[in-house]
Design a protein around this ligand. Sequence first.
Ligand code: F3S
Length: 397
Amino acid sequence: MHLTSDQEKMLDGEEGEVVERLFRLLVRLGDIYGAEKMIPVGSVQVAGVSYKSIGDPGLEFLEDFAAKGAKVKVLTYLNPAGMDMENWQALGFPEDFATHQIKIMEAFRKMGIVTTATCTPYLAGNLPRFREHIAWSESSAVSFSNSVIGARTNREGGPSALAAAICGLTPNYGLHLDENRKPDVVVKVNADLTFSSDFGALGYHVGKQVKNKIPYFKGIKDANTDQLKALGAAMAASGAVALYHAEGLTPEASLMETTGLETIDVGKDELGQTYEKLNTGKLPDIVILGCPHASLREISALAKRLEGKKLKKPIWICTSRLMKEAATRMGYNDVIEAAGGQIVADTCMVVSPIEEMGFETTGVNSGKAANYLPGFCKQSVVFHNIDELIRRLALEN
Ligand code: F3S
């Protein structure tokens, strides 16, 4: 790989031990994938934030780097942590878990990383532009930035994203290159998609079919950005899909050629079977929305549905701290809390230890969450649209 003289100096340790170690990791990655050069990144999103995922070894690694003075060179955000960083006690997160999670966040903060912990950084102040090179980690954020925004990122692991943040660079390979962004398969959709959960079911089904490939959707009549994030998140979870195109909806779709590609048809039956497959429980102990993290539109939609109601069981909606702030100003938080729900910031149902908090059956409207909850959190899953989930919480009034 060609390195500039400044990059050679990083490799020689002129910017200190941490930069040398992390840049060496990027060079090795670039060599493995045949990158010809390094490219600057506009922003980074680092996964591996929850104490549940990284444990004590991860915490020690981060504290060591922070103590050695590691500092990020570009705007860097975090993926969700294992708990709401402000409201964890009231929500019932275990004290010992919280102590470790707070230390992790402090190590990131010392490195200059924005401690807004979210998988929708693009809704919370970290919005890349079309064709901007970035290095993001969380699979739904990677899918959204590549597909809906048209930015360029590979799916980074926690260490390679941290390396990109501290060096300001990433090797130029994979989805950073035009030739690797072309579709491999056409997906013809012949079904009405109304709720986010319909997009989640579609994404889950297609991800399983196409595995690692780039699908090109035809026939999706309309979708807002919340629905597109639900689609991408589910596909990333079930099939490691990091980029998709959707005719008339995503920015690179009109630049792509689809003649002669293999075609998959998806209709009402496939979606119905997917709902059936993802449902392993009936009555939820809790409903958790906001996978990926909820937008203000999604929080307001929930508040509207809960206005004047009283829930028998809890409902959470997970989001970023900034979205919660905006929702609070709009009074949505008061409405949701009056119904017995919570807007939970900084975390989500998958990376938080809900299995240690007495929950066994969780209701979700996300194909991604439905995919992960049984394995990661030992939950039975109720996967439905938001109206059906609320109905199953047995509302009074
Ligand atoms: Fe985000 Fe957690 Fe879902 S990180 S995409 S809310 S599993």
